[in-house]
Design a protein around this ligand. Structure first.
Ligand SMILES: [Zn+2]
Length: 109
């Protein structure tokens, strides 16, 4: 992984940490289907897009520490692979060294 890739991955790690906090404050009582505004976890530090999503959906993405939630068109194919997309968001997955980095930095691990 070169320095640029590492920096981009660090940006995504940062957005994920913010989303962890959104989730923690949003769930006084476990899972419900209210939509919360999670931040797009793409590698662009200036991105301010929010993705309305139920906690359970976010949890599904977060069950793999190498996966991130990004807006449509916010993936960066050179550093991540798109696993699937919906009409509102897509889930990308890191590979190789970047996957090891983001897994190590997972606040839940
Ligand atoms: Zn974005």
């Amino acid at each position: 992984m070169d320095a640029r890739e590492e920096r981009l991955a660090q940006n995504e790690i940062l957005f994920r940490e913010v989303n962890e906090r959104i989730e923690q404050t949003a769930t006084p009582h476990g899972t419900d289907w209210h939509l919360y505004e999670f931040l797009c976890e793409c590698s662009n530090m200036d991105c301010t897009l929010r993705l309305p999503m139920a906690i359970a959906t976010y949890e599904e993405v977060r069950s793999d520490p190498a996966c991130f939630l990004v807006a449509l068109g916010h993936e960066l194919p050179e550093i991540e692979e798109v696993l699937y997309r919906t009409s509102d968001y897509q889930v990308v997955k890191k590979e190789g060294d970047a996957a090891r980095l983001v897994t190590r930095e997972d606040p839940r691990s």
